[in-house]
Design a protein around this ligand. Structure first.
Ligand SMILES: NC(=O)c1ccc[n+]([C@@H]2O[C@H](COP(=O)([O-])OP(=O)(O)OC[C@H]3O[C@@H](n4cnc5c(N)ncnc54)[C@H](OP(=O)(O)O)[C@@H]3O)[C@@H](O)[C@H]2O)c1
Length: 280
């Protein structure tokens, strides 16, 4: 989380390409972590209002006209995947010559796409998720073979402002990260919707049903975070033999059509789709 992240010392500047939702969350986190704003350059034809406010407040360079001397140590690629190729092609030649560490958070954009555009630049390919906007994200990253240990530590710290960070060892694992934590918030939102719908089916007024479901998910997530216990232990702690929770769990944990089987199928479908989108 931003308050606890410290960015290791490094030479040079950080160039942020794309200051939309994710780019802005990163920029905000870096500044909160003490990064010198003079070492940040933002490239974005239309940054978010929040990014613009930060840029103005900290006098951060935005789309500098004189780009011949730009030689960033890190290029953070935070534009939409569909405009990535065009954005990389439009980078100043000086940036390409600098051979920066590329730190990409773009979904479905392989390391090879950066190698094509930026020669043999070292690439960290990361997959955050939406709670990153609150510093509560889960990010998995893969580092290409030519990323140095120091660059990896820097990338980890730059991503750390979005929340938790973990490294995976193959690029194919990024499709798995996408299927689990990348898309995962949607699964939890659906669970909340389903619980609310079931509550309405029991006859509770819609407003009460929604409140019960939403607050249960929020409270359970907070317990998961604060207790440090694993989820199975927390589940067992609220399951008394012969009680109401056990009656529900017998349905949810049925051998053939229980929630775990459904989740497995869902996550496999997401992983398959991630591979298809990457053209694999
Ligand atoms: N949001 C998420 O939860 C999430 C999760 C995981 C990964 N990601 C990845 O994060 C990346 C950014 O997502 P986002 O939600 O932050 O998108 P976003 O809000 O649309 O931000 C992208 C920003 O890049 C700007 N931009 C467009 N073309 C550009 C160019 N050539 N050079 C520089 N900037 C340019 C956009 O301007 P315009 O608005 O004018 O186009 C916009 O301000 C995506 O690749 C996405 O796959 C997002």
């Amino acid at each position: 989380m931003s308050g606890r992240t410290s960015i290791p010392a490094f030479e040079g500047d950080i160039m942020l390409m794309g200051a939309g939702r994710m780019g802005t969350a990163m920029l905000k986190g870096w500044l909160e972590a003490g990064l010198d704003p003079a070492r940040v350059v933002v490239l974005d034809p239309s940054p978010s209002a929040e990014a613009l406010a930060l840029i103005e407040a900290h006098d951060i360079r935005l789309n500098p006209a004189d780009d011949a001397a730009l030689a960033p140590a890190v290029l953070v690629a935070a534009v939409k995947p569909q405009v990535m190729a065009q954005a990389l092609a439009g980078l100043p030649a000086a940036v390409k010559r600098a051979r920066p560490l590329v730190l990409s958070i773009a979904a479905g954009t392989p390391v090879a796409a950066f190698a094509d555009a930026l020669g043999d630049a070292p690439v960290v390919r990361a997959m955050p998720n939406t709670p990153a906007a609150l510093g509560k994200g889960m990010t998995g990253f893969f580092a290409s073979a030519d990323v140095s240990d120091a660059q990896k530590a820097l990338a980890r710290a730059l991503l750390g402002v979005l929340g938790h960070v973990t490294e995976v060892t193959t690029e194919a694992d990024i499709d798995k990260v996408t299927a689990v934590s990348g898309s995962g918030p949607a699964y939890v939102f659906l669970l909340t919707e389903c619980l609310a719908r079931a509550a309405r089916e029991l006859g509770l007024p819609a407003e009460v049903a929604d409140e019960l479901a939403r607050r249960t998910v929020i409270g359970a997530a907070a317990l998961l975070e604060r207790s440090g216990e694993d989820p199975a232990a927390l589940r067992r702690a609220v399951t008394s033999p012969g009680g109401t929770t056990e009656a529900a769990l017998e349905v949810l944990m049925a051998d053939d059509d229980g929630l775990c089987h459904l989740m497995e199928r869902a996550v496999k479908a997401a992983e398959r789709r991630a591979r298809e989108l990457a053209g694999k």
